[in-house]
Ligand binder design. Structure first.
Ligand SMILES: Cc1cc2nc3c(=O)[nH]c(=O)nc-3n(C[C@H](O)[C@H](O)[C@H](O)COP(=O)(O)O)c2cc1C
Length: 189
């Protein structure tokens, strides 16, 4: 049986950071990977803010929920991923701009894994705070916040965060979500 690509199989959302920022060429590679994502009609309805100063790093941390702040505050570099709903019109009632931005997020995660960086997406934050603190105008929406850096020491994480990272990464089996010919036949080749 053909294996899935090791980059996909081995990527993990870790939570430990060494505090050393990614090198400029690594950061550039992450952003380039993001840039080369596919999008409907090649609209690329995304923007990215990368924190560089201590001030913006602190502002970022203030936007996180408590659970994420516990570990993500230690990341030396942070990213805010934005989408513009007006740059990719809705079709069949689907918010296609979100699909496009999601594609780019996965590129970012995979490129981070290829560079052996810790790159971790977060949905736990306050959008109003992000919009205000980072001077983001209408109609942009915040899609995800990212913590980026080199792996650190797992043992330095708070015990409750260690517990999260110890959990094995699992997925549904194919027979739970793939069907054969129609929705009534489970995939079972
Ligand atoms: C869009 C998105 C939002 C996420 N939000 C959070 C979050 O707020 N906090 C967190 O600790 N992990 C977050 N994660 C990480 C997921 O929990 C993780 O991807 C999932 O458990 C699968 O684990 P794996 O990435 O190691 O395979 C998020 C992942 C994605 C893609």
């Amino acid at each position: 049986m053909a294996d899935i690509h090791p980059l996909i199989k081995n990527r993990r959302s870790k939570r430990d950071f060494s505090g050393v920022p990614p090198k400029p060429d690594e950061l550039n590679a992450l952003l380039e990977a993001f840039r080369w994502a596919p999008s409907g009609s090649n609209k690329q309805p995304w923007r990215v803010i990368v924190t560089q100063s201590e001030e913006s790093n602190n502002a970022f941390d203030e936007c996180l929920n408590e659970g994420n702040r516990q570990w993500a505050a230690e990341a030396p570099t942070k990213m805010i991923i934005l989408g513009n709903p007006e740059e990719q019109p809705e079709r069949n009632g689907l918010q296609r701009w979100l699909i496009d931005v999601g594609m780019a997020l996965q590129n970012l995660l995979l490129q981070g894994s290829a560079l052996e960086l810790t790159v971790h997406a977060m949905a736990g934050w306050d959008e109003e705070k992000v919009l205000e603190k980072f001077k983001i105008p209408d109609p942009y929406r915040v899609v995800a916040l990212f913590a980026v850096g080199y792996p650190g020491n797992f043992e330095d994480l708070p015990p409750e965060v260690q517990e999260k990272d110890k959990k094995p990464s699992t997925r549904k089996s194919l027979s739970e979500f793939v069907f054969c010919d129609d929705f009534e036949n489970v995939w079972n080749p």
